[in-house]
Design a protein around this ligand. Structure first.
Ligand code: WT7
Length: 635
């Protein structure tokens, strides 16, 4: 049998060539030999990117949970599928084998059926990072119901909007969720949300925090009581390749949330392929992705990719700073984690406290590190490399999106030469192109432009739930016949890609094109800077001027001095044109729950357009907004 795992840079080059020359053959081979199918496909790919319409593995029948669970049982049933680490280190971790997980999923799938859930129904999942969340997601997939996971940090308004948008009939939640020293009252928030969700007829409530809650008679039932009524025998529903697997709303967008739709076969094939190759997962490795299952990273790289591979995946209920900021490194030591995947914002936050919190923890099990979610700046990259990887672990900077379903541009661990701040090369099957503002393809190798993908890949989102026109307008209309990512990107002489940030964050200053991410990187190079966010605001002469919001490490610092040093740094690293007009020091920057800086809000403050800030209730730290606004007026 052909070895589909890329093991050298030559393998990569060869696979990449094959995948471009004959994408259908490439995915046909991989899909056929690496999964179990109830029925094979009639056609690998059919597409029209103008409509847009994309269908992979048409005619095939499958169930993703047979690939994630059943197929491992005979050989590896006792292998640990999930290591669950609780919020409170004093509570015991759980090790769940593939056999046990299979049984839990089947049993809960029967609970869903007993509660009236049918194939195709949408199920909203609003839960903390407990084992039952993974079970719930897989149980939906088991019976062909469509899961829509809503991150447990979202407000009741965000929850009800999402429930209504996709017409969910049932909600899965918990009495509460532990996050650091706080308890999130999930049931209370759900009750509030459901006041405006007439379509929800059933709520299944997991007991986790023992918080006092109200159970609405006729609507609400207890998870543990429902389990007692059913057995764990549940055949996997036979799904069409293009049946919906899940809906996931994109984070940080303005206005109405976009429910990205992912389908069964293509998503399974690509999340598995990318997991195996990017992280170079080897049998017995312990793999930990710190994301929440409320985001696409958790879907693809805590659940589906790892489980379909037969991997051991760690699920952490808590936060990096509880009980103290060494928690991540404690967990790495405790579970002997080999592959660690996190977000730059977490790295920067932990780096602030200095290496003392890392020292004293045995991180020798680590062999691969990953990042995702935003561009990683040089300083954070080096800190990660030195203090966590001890300069012996390759760092994979993985660029992708909720919409792409899987990692698109990334080094393959230990194979692709890494380059700090560069995501590096596209995975096989992925055809990135750079486009200029006029909409033309940039053919030069060394170039900067808007990042598009020129050809379909298996895990691309198929539509926005209930709004195909918006899907077309958002992603397929800016550059005809291509998927537009919304990101700006640079390509170097070796073909490496570096994401420069959202194109909406590009500033034209005196006719010069500047990436806000580039300016931020420069500012972040200052030893006293923790984080920064750069936005544009209108300027009479230059068109736009640059406004930098900066948070500092420590308190006892001369701000005037630092301001001048930052200006000099920007001058030195980019040029005088990139110098911020205004530098405002703040105690924190407004962030989404996934850790992204909400530049939209900062832009409004910079532009003095504060009458209509939009919804800030979903922010991680809404309280900083007023503070920043008040200080801004002093400038
Ligand atoms: C946007 C997608 C993919 C899961 C988490 C975020 C930015 C993502 C990187 C990276 C630079 C990155 C892009 C992208 N982004 N990864 N490695 N380097 N930027 O998913 O919420 O859909 O956000 O995150 O701007 O478009 P998302």
């Amino acid at each position: 049998m052909k070895d589909y795992r890329i093991r050298s840079i030559d393998d990569y080059m060869q696979s990449y060539q094959e995948s471009i020359q004959d994408p259908e053959q490439f995915w046909d081979d991989y899909a056929r030999e690496n999964f179990i199918w109830k029925k094979s496909w009639d056609k690998v790919l059919e597409f029209d990117l103008l409509k847009p319409e994309v269908k992979w593995f048409q005619g095939a029948k499958l169930n993703i949970t047979e690939n994630c669970l059943d197929r491992h049982l005979s050989q590896n049933g006792d292998r640990t599928a999930i290591i669950w680490e609780p919020n409170d280190p004093k509570e015991v971790a759980k090790h769940v084998s593939y056999k046990e997980l299979h049984s839990m999923v089947c049993q809960f799938a029967n609970v869903l059926k007993e509660n009236g859930v049918k194939k195709g129904d949408r199920v909203c999942v609003y839960m903390p990072m407990v084992l039952e969340l993974a079970v719930a997601v897989l149980a939906c997939a088991r019976i062909g119901a469509v899961h829509s996971v809503v991150f447990a940090g979202f407000s009741s308004k965000s929850l009800s909007d999402r429930i209504n948008d996709s017409d969910c009939k049932i909600l899965l939640t918990a009495d509460g969720g532990f996050r650091g020293s706080k308890v999130t009252p999930l049931k209370e928030i759900s009750d509030e949300a459901l006041e405006s969700c007439p379509g929800v007829h059933r709520v299944i409530v997991l007991k986790r925090t023992e918080s006092p809650i109200q159970m609405k008679v006729g609507r609400d039932v207890w998870w543990h009581k429902e389990l007692m009524k059913v057995d764990d025998d549940c055949p996997a529903a036979s799904m069409d390749a293009e049946d919906m697997l899940f809906i996931l709303y994109t984070s940080g967008s303005t206005g109405k949330p976009k429910g990205m739709v992912h389908t069964c076969a293509g998503y399974m094939v690509y999340s598995t392929y990318s997991f195996q190759n990017v992280f170079q997962y080897e049998e017995q490795d312990v793999y930990w992705c710190t994301a929440d299952i409320g985001w696409i990273t958790g879907h693809s790289y805590i659940i589906y990719g790892p489980l379909s591979t037969g991997a051991t995946t760690v699920m952490f209920e808590g936060i990096p700073s509880y009980p103290d900021v060494s928690r991540f490194w404690q967990i790495v030591e405790k579970h002997k984690v080999n592959i660690f995947y996190t977000a730059p914002t977490a790295i920067r936050a932990l780096a602030q406290y200095g290496p003392e919190f890392v020292q004293g923890h045995d991180l020798s099990s680590l062999k691969t590190l990953g990042t995702v979610g935003e561009p990683i700046n040089e300083e954070a990259w080096h800190w990660y490399d030195e203090h966590i990887g001890k300069k012996k672990c390759p760092i994979v900077d993985t660029w992708w999106q909720t919409e792409t379903g899987g990692i698109m541009i990334s080094a393959l661990a230990g194979i692709t030469p890494t380059k700090p701040t560069f995501a590096t090369l596209p995975l096989p099957g992925i055809q990135p192109v750079l486009m200029d503002e006029k909409g033309d393809l940039i053919s030069e190798l060394v170039a900067e432009g808007r990042l598009c993908i020129a050809y379909p890949w298996p895990s691309m989102a198929r539509t926005i739930y209930g709004d195909h026109q918006r899907f077309k307008d958002t992603y397929f209309s800016s550059f005809t016949g291509k998927y537009f990512t919304g990101d700006g990107c640079r390509r170097d002489e070796e073909g490496n890609y570096r994401i420069t940030g959202r194109v909406d964050d590009i500033l034209i200053v005196s006719g010069h094109n500047l990436g806000t991410a580039e300016i931020e990187n420069a500012i972040n190079e200052h030893t006293h800077v923790a984080e920064s966010a750069v936005v544009g605001y209108p300027h009479d002469i230059k068109g736009n001027s640059i406004y930098a919001f900066v948070t500092l490490k420590g308190t006892d610092i001369n701000q005037e001095l630092i301001k001048n040093e930052i200006l000099q740094l920007v001058c030195d690293l980019i040029g005088p044109i990139a110098k911020p007009e205004i530098i405002q020091f703040c105690s924190g920057l407004p962030k989404t729950r996934s850790g992204k800086i909400m530049r939209r809000i900062l832009r409004k403050i910079a532009c003095r357009e504060t009458e209509n800030m939009g919804d800030i209730s979903t922010l991680l730290n809404p309280e900083v907004v007023q503070e920043i606004q008040d200080q801004a007026l002093a400038h």
